[in-house]
Design a protein around this ligand. Structure first.
Ligand code: SAM
Length: 279
């Protein structure tokens, strides 16, 4: 029996189902159920919520989410070897765990979720930023989720919460700050995982804002920010040259010196520039 439920310890689950970790699937498992329970708590009150979990693996975090009272957990897992272990969890929590086998980048999860929805995942490192960018840039805002509580490599977590002037500040930081309140809520050393990755990790929580912090059209803002940080050491008048006619005038009208570099510009400045360019 484990610390949080009547299911076997995760080491036994992994041994019983032959779940040797695969690097190609970003498999670094959390085996300490006290830790997965702590991550579930960091996601806030889950009772009455559907929770989307990408990459449940052997189910350590899944068990934490269910024990924390999530109404339902929808778990999307690419590795079919994990399905029998997840079926055991589903049997222990009747009607509360649905598992979909497949690639989270390709599956339309909306059809399986009922609001309010929170997303909580220990993401595979190779698709983590792609999923985050997608969740932060849905067709409509506010999005289908209320909060994201996600494990990343520490360096990626720092980029998500970065502010202007820091070397970590870039596209992810601008996008996250535009539409959410983002903060690091937990730090984990490599030894917390099996097998241990080379780098430290951190859990970031992002709470969706009801409306973006400053007005801007995402279809203009995101390409502007991408172009600006694409050549982050260049002055904006150079990095954005060719982005729109008369970019130097737009920069000045937005209150941005054309000689400034992307990492000096706060979110408000990028939004003002995007509004000028859109006009
Ligand atoms: N949640 C488990 C834990 O905390 O121990 C496992 C986390 S492990 C870092 C990432 C998990 O994501 C693995 O189980 C892996 O098989 C799965 N995975 C990798 N790529 C995926 C994808 N594109 N879609 C869904 N799951 C994926």
């Amino acid at each position: 029996m484990s610390a949080i439920d009547d299911l076997p310890p995760l080491r036994d689950v992994i041994a019983a189902h032959g779940l040797s970790a695969r690097k190609s699937l970003g498999q670094n498992f959390l085996l300490d159920l006290n830790l997965t329970a702590k991550i579930a708590r960091a996601a806030g009150d889950l009772t009455g919520c559907d929770v989307l979990e990408v990459g449940p693996g052997p189910g350590g975090l899944t068990r934490g989410l269910l024990a924390a009272g999530a109404r339902r957990v929808l778990a999307v897992e690419k590795d079919a070897r994990c399905l029998p272990a997840l079926a055991d969890i589903a049997a222990a929590y009747p009607g509360r765990l649905q598992v979909i086998e497949g690639d989270a980048l390709e599956i339309d999860v909306m059809a399986h979720l009922t609001p309010p929805v929170r997303i909580v995942s220990n993401l595979p490192y190779n698709v983590g930023t792609a999923l985050l960018t997608r969740w932060l840039d849905p067709p409509e805002w506010p999005p289908f989720w209320e909060s994201l509580t996600l494990m990343f490599q520490r360096e990626v977590a720092e980029r998500i919460v970065a502010k202007p002037g820091s070397s970590a500040y870039g596209r992810l930081g601008v996008l996250a700050n535009w539409r959410s309140d983002a903060r690091i809520v937990m730090s984990l050393p490599p030894e917390a995982f099996t097998p241990p990755p080379k780098v430290s990790s951190a859990v970031v929580r992002l709470d969706a804002l009801p409306a973006p912090r400053f007005e801007a059209n995402a279809k203009v803002l995101l390409p502007v920010v991408k172009a600006a940080f694409g050549q982050r050491r260049k002055m904006l008048r150079s990095s954005l040259k060719g982005f729109a006619p008369g970019i130097e005038d737009h920069l000045i009208a937005a209150g941005i010196p054309p000689t400034a570099r992307a990492e000096e510009i706060p979110l408000e400045g990028f939004c003002a520039l995007a509004r000028r360019v859109a006009d």
